[in-house]
Design a protein around this ligand. Sequence first.
Ligand code: GLN
Length: 201
Amino acid sequence: MRIAVLALQGAFIEHEQMLSRLGVEVFEVRQLADWLQPKDGLIIPGGESTTMTKLLYELGLFDPVKQAIEAGLPVFGTCAGLILLSTLGTMAVEVVRNAYGRQLGSFSVEAPFDFGSQSPASCPLPPAPCPLLMTFIRAPYIRRVLSEDVRVLAEVDGRIVAARQGNQLATAFHPELNDDTRVHEYFLDMCRNKMSSTLCG
Ligand code: GLN
């Protein structure tokens, strides 16, 4: 399995380190030539969504990335990456940027995350939401979902902070900043399922 990490700006190295720890091959996407390599999934990291959007356009990556996601390429967006999935128009969510005031710009909280049928071994059976430490940095949140296809995976204080729509996974928080690898493993399972459905189909 090979995962592309969008490396235009922001916190991409932490994702690469986490995927390497999980034994997955990673490569950085800095320009269109990188993007054209074969890949089984894409990570869009945290950073500054306006800068990343501008760079995606300038580098001619905006449309190819959007089309690949629409064609079913599994994608995981964290924080600014969540905002980009909404900007690309691939994820049907309404996102509020910088949702927390300056004082509360960054914080960690433990809250339930719904791993569904992909529950890690450490979770109770039958599958139930598992407590997860979530680290927020000038984070967005999802004000509302715009399609029945979007499944809410986690909420903090009544705000949606993680969701999935088909092969798209998005979190307002940064799982790559903690030692817990479960959200990345959840994403890699999505990639594996896509690979086997493609092989079978
Ligand atoms: N506040 C940033 C934005 O709006 C996101 C912050 C982050 O990715 N940690 O793009």
